[in-house]
Each structure stands twice: as C-alpha cells, then as structure tokens.
Design a protein around this ligand. Sequence first.
Ligand code: FAD
Ligand code: ATP
Length: 580
Amino acid sequence: MTLPSLLLLSSSPSSLIPFSSIFISPTTSSFRRLTLMASSSSSSSASLPTVYPIPCLYPEEVDRVSRASMERYSCPLDARSRTGRGTVIVWFRNDLRVIDNEVLYEAWIRSEAVLPVYCVDPRHFGSTRHFRFPKTGALRARFLVECLDDLKKNLVTRGLDLLIRHGKPEELLPSIAEAFGAHTVYAQKETCSEEVNVENLVKKCLQRLKVGSSPGHSVIPKLHLLWGSTMYHIDDLPFKVNSLPDVYTQFRKTVESKCKVRTCIKTPRSLGPPPKVGDWGCVPSVEQLGLNQQKVDKGIRCLGGESAALSRVEEYFWMKDLLRTYKVTRNGMLGTDYSTKFSMWLATGCISSRFIHEEVLRYEKERVANESTYWVLFELIWRDYFRFLSMKYGNSIFHLGGPRNVQNKWSQDQKLFECWKEGRTGYPLIDANMKELSATGFMSNRGRQIVCSFLVRDMGLDWRMGAEWFESCLLDYDPCSNYGNWTYGAGVGNDPREDRYFSIPKQAQTYDPEGEYVAFWLPQLRPLPISSRHFPGSSYIPQVVPLKFGNAQKARTIQTGRRGNPVERQTRGSSWKRRN
Ligand SMILES: Cc1cc2nc3c(=O)[nH]c(=O)nc-3n(C[C@H](O)[C@H](O)[C@H](O)COP(=O)(O)OP(=O)(O)OC[C@H]3O[C@@H](n4cnc5c(N)ncnc54)[C@H](O)[C@@H]3O)c2cc1C
Ligand SMILES: Nc1ncnc2c1ncn2[C@@H]1O[C@H](COP(=O)(O)OP(=O)(O)OP(=O)(O)O)[C@@H](O)[C@H]1O
C-alpha cells in the first residue's frame, strides 16, 4: 500500500491539516522507514519526531509514477523524424526535466546527436549582493543535487546522459562545443540580469570559435535560446512585455480571455545515442558545492527532481484528491497538504506549469471543476506575471526604491535584522515562520506575506535584507517571484494599490487560532493555554519592537475569539481578498 492511501485511511477528508497523522524518524533521511501513527491529541504530537516527506511516497512508487507520466508524455517519433545534422549541446539551466522541455526536443529534432550538459557555476555558490548571505543555502543545494541525480537518471533512461562540469558556462560551453564539434548550444531563456549576462557571455565566447570536421565546413557555434518558464508562452501574449499591465487582475483577465496555454511537448522515447564521452562527471555532493550538509529534522522535507515533482502532482491531485479543496486550504501554514508545494520543482524547472495546467484540466474532466481547481491556475498566473514583470522593469526589481523608485527611509539595523532572521522577535507568529524557513527551506505564502510586512512595516528595515535572506534559504527561490513579491510587499512594486499592513493579531486569529502552528515550531509555547500562545507575555522572549498599530486590543480578540476552522470562517460569506 502506498503511503498516501494509508493516509487517506487515517485522516478524515474534512481535516484540513492531516499533519499529525504521519511521523518519520528524525534519524531517517530516506523515505523508507516511515512509521504511521494516528495522533489526534495535540499534546502527544509535542514529543514525537516530525519530518514530513513531500511527496509522501515510497521510492518505488515515485519511480512508478515517473515512468507512467513519461510514457504518457512520450511521442512516437524516432530517429527518422530528425531533420538536423551534427552534434548540438543542451545546456540545462532552470529546466531540469525531460517532459515538456522544448529545449531538449528542439535540440533533438535539429541534430543527429545531443549532448546534455550541466555547468556547476561557482557564482551560484558565492554570496548575495548586499548582505553577503550564501547565495545558495545548504538545503537548496541538496535539493539541486537531487534534481541533477534524477535528471541524469531520466536522461539515461532515454538513451542519453548528463555531462557535469564545474565552472562558468561561458568558459565551459565553448570548450565543450569545440571538443565535440557542436554547432549549436540550446538553452532556456532567462530574464534577470545575472542570468542574461551569462547568456551574453556564452554567446560572445562561442563566436570566437569555429567548429567542424574540415576548414571548409567549419561554422561558428550559436546559442539558441528558447522560452520555457511560464504557463502562457511569451509569444502568445496579446501585448508586448514592455506594455504589460501594472495591475495583476488586468493582466490575468487579458491573458485568460485572449491567450491559450500551449499543450505540453511530448518527448521521443529514445533521444540517444549521445556523442562518445570519456568521463561524464559526477553529480556533486553538497560538500563539493562548498556547503555543509544540513539535515531536515523537523517540518517538511521536499525531494528534488522531476520524478518527485510528477509524484507530488499525482499525490496532491489524484491520490489525496486535494485539488478540489485547494482554495479553502491554501492559506494554511502547518503541514504538507494545505497547498500544492509545487514551487520548488517549478523554480528548478523539474516540472512545467503547462504540465500542471494539463493535469488540472484532466482532473476537471474526470473529477470536478470548481473554484479550487481554477485557483491553482490563478496562482500560476501570478507566477507568470512576476516573470514578465522582471522583463518590463529589469534591474529595478532588485533596487531599494523598486520599479516605482519610491524614496523612503529604511534602517539596516543588524541587531533587529538578526532577531527577524533567527526567529527571536518575541512575536511567535514571526518566529515560528522564520524557524521553519531555516529548518526546511520553505515557508507558506501566508507566512511569507506576514514576515515581509513585519520586517518592512513594524521593524522599518531595508526590504532587501529580507529578500536576500529568502534568496539564500528558499528551496523555491526564483528571482522574479521573490523580488517581485518583496517589492510588492514593501510597497515599492509596480502596483501602487497593493500596500497592505499585515496585522499580527489578526493574522494569528484567522490563520492559527489554536496556536498549533506556533506550538509546532516553538514547543515551549505548547504547555500554555491556547489563548496565550500568540501573545505569551513574560513566558516568552521580549518583543523587539512594538507593532506599528499596537496589539493590545487585537490580542484580546484572540483570547475571546471563536475557535474552529479559520479558513472556513474566512471563506464563508465573506468577499475574499487575496492579500489580507
Ligand atoms: C515575500 C515573498 C517571497 C516569495 N518568494 C518566492 C520565490 O522565491 N519563489 C516562488 O516560487 N514563490 C515565491 N513566493 C510566492 C509564494 O509564496 C510561493 O510560490 C508559494 O508559497 C509556494 O508554495 P506552494 O507551491 O504550495 O503554493 P500554492 O499555493 O500551491 O500555489 C501554486 C503555485 O502558484 C505559484 N504561486 C502562488 N503564489 C504565488 C505568488 N504570490 N507569486 C508567484 N507565484 C505564486 C507558485 O508557483 C506555486 O507553486 C513568495 C511570496 C512572498 C510573499
Ligand atoms: N537572478 C538574480 N538573482 C538575484 N539578484 C539578481 C539576479 N539577477 C540580477 N540580480 C541583481 O540585480 C542587480 C543588478 O545590479 P544593478 O541594477 O545595480 O546593475 P549593475 O550593472 O550590476 O550595477 P550598476 O548599479 O552600476 O548599474 C544586482 O543587485 C544583481 O545581484
């Protein structure tokens, strides 16, 4: 029996957070020794070890789902369908997948041999620009290692392999192109300046070469960039990205009414053989990337790779049937299932948003179509929106004043910032979220909005400190979504209307009324009465700053507030607003 099917038996479908129903030994990093324990009492869960794998499937099940999806997205083309000549390189970047990968497909169809390459770029393991955090934290590094492992495996299954080299793409790719006589390097187009600069350098360095078997037949290798990171293709937009609407709703309504999401590209079953390679190189370990291993011993543990991504879709949509309630649960903070957790696989390109779109449509046809099924697409349009905005606004999304060049006084108080970063602000809701981020590399969307508002509005800190810390820690770090959301939250984004203060008492009351989330991450609060977990007074560390709009009255509301399912209360009869 698979773990999810066991879970279905053990958790009631109406339970929004089946979090306490599955436990895994903290000493276990693989998914093999999972122990299921039914637990309904919050006090018993306090003493239990709690790591929650995502997807929550045995490895054999992950393999099965991956093979089945690969089969479904295979096309009958064989070598005779190829129209190209010679050898080409596929430079894998943030598109670490085989299914719906236009780069891989185009490279294959336009060549006789494909050489897949991944460059371990040392710049990804340096420091963030202003505040010098590790550019890639240890947890994301491990996720990446797992992605590469899985990509290599999936390519081998299709008759290829993955050449792994350490160095800058602009140095490695030309020398590989020269060694293998490759006439084209295919890659996915990126949009932020760090990545675009590398593209330009690769292009320039390739232009210095001539490849070919004889001088008369030599060519200058080209860099061929293809679009692949969004659900709506850039070429299908009804406006130029420079004229992108500044208000999200306008963008969404226009694309929804005027564009169609393209169908996924199917990949031939056999993509080989590759050119003869002596040493393919190994997937690096976290230590070889210059980082110390960090184990997740509490909270969610996401497995990297396309196979895991496909399995998560299978688990969330089909096995647990959670898509039908997504809109009601999506604002949760605790557990594996309140939201899809697709973001890390989308950020690394282990899965395409078009694949998710197709699965939503299939689910709507076979099971149910409702607000929840639509809402996943609604959120994916946000992701597209931030990607296109990064093109419209360029580097200004990284600048203090943001796209609107807002002049504001910001502090860079290190002590205050350390309190935020380490979860020592004296506000359990902030501290719990920040501890979750450090321990797992993930934080809910609700949590991200709250800690962003607190850093910017209550602490008055430079929002880039928070954004760079997120850049370092998040498994799903994506420059467009991260800096886009931070500029938005800091009130310097392109949409001047979205400048909201997130009141901690109100957020606590609505989204963690039982204090379960804060008690999970701050176990010292668990013995306290539920009514004081969010404002524990002298039983907890002192508050580092007062709240901008005070908390006394709101804190009382929590104490006397009705208990029950916050999300249901919030949705029923109220006109739902996304960012409140
Ligand atoms: C300050 C801040 C920083 C953020 N940084 C990132 C980041 O670096 N990378 C990232 O992928 N997301 C980021 N987000 C957006 C959002 O928080 C995450 O995408 C989401 O929490 C991931 O969890 P999920 O996959 O379970 O989301 P779900 O609720 O299941 O949503 C489904 C998908 O929709 C997309 N999505 C949902 N909300 C947003 C949003 N606000 N912006 C863009 N896409 C969205 C994601 O791809 C997500 O996987 C940030 C949000 C905030 C407020
Ligand atoms: N993918 C990315 N992730 C994080 N930060 C990025 C990414 N792409 C670009 N940036 C940031 O964008 C900023 C670009 O810098 P900036 O706009 O200051 O231009 P510059 O040419 O580097 O310097 P100058 O200020 O002299 O023009 C840098 O802070 C860089 O780190």
